[in-house]
Design a protein around this ligand. Structure first.
Ligand code: NAP
Length: 333
């Protein structure tokens, strides 16, 4: 069976997902696209795909079995609610939504529907290296996990479009989600420290150091730098009772020459996580073809939203900020 999908928002990641859905993956066909910019939608639409003037028309169309949302965060709530009302499986790029109230509204809609329809784009959970790290932790050969260090370094971010708050309410969501998933635990408190600032972009609060307190007592420290210049560098190291487990450096050809011995670093997230995005959609296509979703849920998107909010409060207060979650609905267990 071929899953017929409609893509809403065909900017940078929407176009990359259309490429993987049309050129890499099977059992799926992009039959519809929609974007605020109709010309962009026309040029991104694969052969034979229909361009809809509005996301609502795309969501309601009988051509479309399932929806992929790649518009910007503030548009996600309305589009998610329409997909749930239409009973269509939906893959939504992170962030799920941009406020706690919106997260609770989409959660309520899905819970009322009675089963999961929504998958959130936390692709790290589909990365082979992170999966091997999780398998080691769950295998328990190193004992209980005590501390996790997550390093998130971007070479640069678009000046003007990327503002200081985004380190904490946009970039941090990946580190928060992967920490919750690796530790199988919830974040209860958040602290933020702002060290000496990088001179690369003086308009940004960059870097930041975030401390996530987990309900087990484990601590996660997250270093976010978004103008590191040299490449896209993602690291993770779990300190356990009897040993340490780390993400490997990405395999790359080792070059030895007059400058020394070195390996290339991925240029950006597309290169570093290319296989994780493919696998994320492979698993989504199977689940959506059966009318559901798999992996990161609305609950996980909600947790990430609360973490970002608490981190922003912590910058202002300079104190430890608490996270208070609602009771977890059964469909997310
Ligand atoms: P982008 O290049 O700005 O693309 C977003 C596209 O959606 C643009 O064409 C935009 O049009 C369009 N759009 C905005 N609001 C819309 C609406 N209400 N209805 C229809 N189209 C709308 O952004 P992007 O980098 O692709 O990011 C898109 C989403 O993916 C964001 O939520 C982002 O956080 C997420 N993302 C996730 C990852 C990841 O690692 N998982 C990586 C990158 C991005 P205009 O440009 O005219 O506004």
């Amino acid at each position: 069976m071929t899953l017929k999908v409609g893509v809403i928002g065909v900017g940078m990641i929407g176009q990359d997902h259309i490429r993987r859905l049309t050129e890499v993956l099977s059992n799926v066909q992009v039959v519809a696209v929609s974007d605020i910019d109709n010309e962009r939608a026309q040029s991104a639409a694969p052969n034979g795909a229909k361009v809809f003037d509005t996301p609502s028309e795309l969501i309601r169309s009988e051509l479309v079995d399932a929806v992929i949302i790649c518009s910007w965060g503030p548009a996600h709530e309305e589009q998610l609610l329409e997909c749930i009302a239409a009973k269509k499986p939906v893959f939504c790029e992170k962030p799920l939504v941009t406020t706690e109230a919106a997260a609770l509204r989409v959660m309520e809609a899905e819970v009322s529907f009675g089963q999961r329809l929504v998958q959130v784009g936390f692709m790290r959970r589909f990365d082979a290296d992170y999966r091997r790290l999780k398998a080691v932790i769950e295998g328990n050969s190193l004992g209980a996990p005590l501390m996790y260090r997550s390093v998130h370094r971007n070479p640069s971010v678009p000046e003007g479009l990327y503002i200081s708050d985004m380190l904490l309410n946009d970039t941090l969501v990946h580190d928060a989600d992967i920490s919750r998933w690796l530790l199988d635990d919830e974040i209860t408190d958040v602290e933020v420290r702002v060290p000496r600032q990088s001179s690369h972009n003086k308009n940004l609060r960059d870097p930041v150091l975030v401390l996530l307190h987990m309900s087990s007592g484990a601590l996660v420290n997250v270093e976010i730098s978004v103008n590191i210049n040299y490449g896209y560098d993602i690291r993770g190291e779990m300190s356990c009772e009897k040993g340490v487990a780390s993400l490997p450096n990405r395999p790359a050809t080792v070059i030895s020459d007059v400058h020394g011995i070195r390996q290339a670093i991925p240029e950006d997230w597309r290169e570093r996580f290319i296989e994780a995005y493919d696998q994320e959609f492979r698993e989504w296509i199977v689940a959506a073809s059966q009318g559901g979703a798999t992996g990161p849920s609305i609950w996980d998107g909600y947790a990430a939203t609360l973490t970002g909010d608490a981190a922003l409060r912590a910058v202002d207060s300079g104190s430890i900020e608490k996270i208070s979650m609602c009771e977890k609905p059964k469909i997310y267990n």
